[in-house]
Design a protein around this ligand. Structure first.
Ligand code: AMP
Length: 214
């Protein structure tokens, strides 16, 4: 049972890497705070409404809102039994401190990529509306154009609302501002592991097992 954090700038490939981890540890629970916020936004819940203005601008949703949402999720039975991959949380030191109060993690995987790659990945990124599989217009198109490899549904290039150049700049600024103290926090606790994420799709299952130490 592993408790992992995936950390890295937008476009580092956290979603893709989570999928690769799930292949070698299928029971582990993937928790993406961005996905939860987007789901709430779509369903127009009060949480979604609270998060909307921040997400539209590429700014962080306030810590108290985000922490309560994650606390609730981490207290469920599936997580307690099977462990988790936190994708997109914590993003600030207060979030990290709150997480430490909730549970002790095993590892923070820091996914490292160049700025060039980040821009390509983010501005070309889209997903299947049906199953969530991730594609990229430039680097990772579906095998048959217009159809999802995984579930066969029809797909078209439709960006996430916050995947535009202006918002991306804000999101990268937010990342850079918060990353340093957060990395320091986990390094001090002996939990930090760096991963070159330029081409994680070339990793074998054994590579992934080694990285997550199972
Ligand atoms: P992501 O999909 O991880 O890039 O997240 C999309 C957006 O959701 C971010 O730009 C934030 O507005 C919000 N968000 C996701 N995770 C967090 C977090 N841990 N703290 C604050 N805001 C978050």
């Amino acid at each position: 049972m592993k408790k992992l954090i995936l950390f890295g700038p937008p476009g580092a490939g956290k979603g893709t890497f989570s999928g690769q981890i799930k292949k070698v540890a299928p029971e582990i629970v993937h928790i993406s705070t961005g996905d939860i916020f987007r789901e709430n936004l779509k369903n127009e819940t009060s949480l979604g409404l609270k998060a909307k203005s921040y997400m539209d601008k590429g700014e962080l949703v306030p810590d108290n809102v985000t922490i309560e949402m994650v606390r609730e999720r981490l207290n469920r039975e599936d997580v307690k039994k099977n462990g988790f991959i936190l994708d997109g949380f914590p993003r600030t030191v207060p979030q990290a401190e709150a997480l430490t109060d909730i549970t002790e993690i095993d590892l923070l995987l820091l996914l490292q990529v160049s700025r060039d790659i980040i821009f390509k990945r983010i501005l070309g990124r889209y997903g299947c509306n049906k199953c969530g599989e991730i594609y990229n217009k430039y680097t990772l198109p579906p095998k048959v154009e217009g159809f999802c490899d995984k579930c066969g549904a029809e797909i078209k290039f439709e960006q996430r609302a916050d995947d535009n150049e202006e918002t991306l700049k804000n999101r990268l600024d937010a990342y850079e501002k918060n990353a340093k103290p957060l990395i320091k926090y986990y390094k001090k606790r002996g939990k930090l592991k760096k991963v070159d994420a330029t081409d994680t799709l070339s990793f074998t299952e054994d590579d992934i097992k080694k990285i997550i130490e199972i």
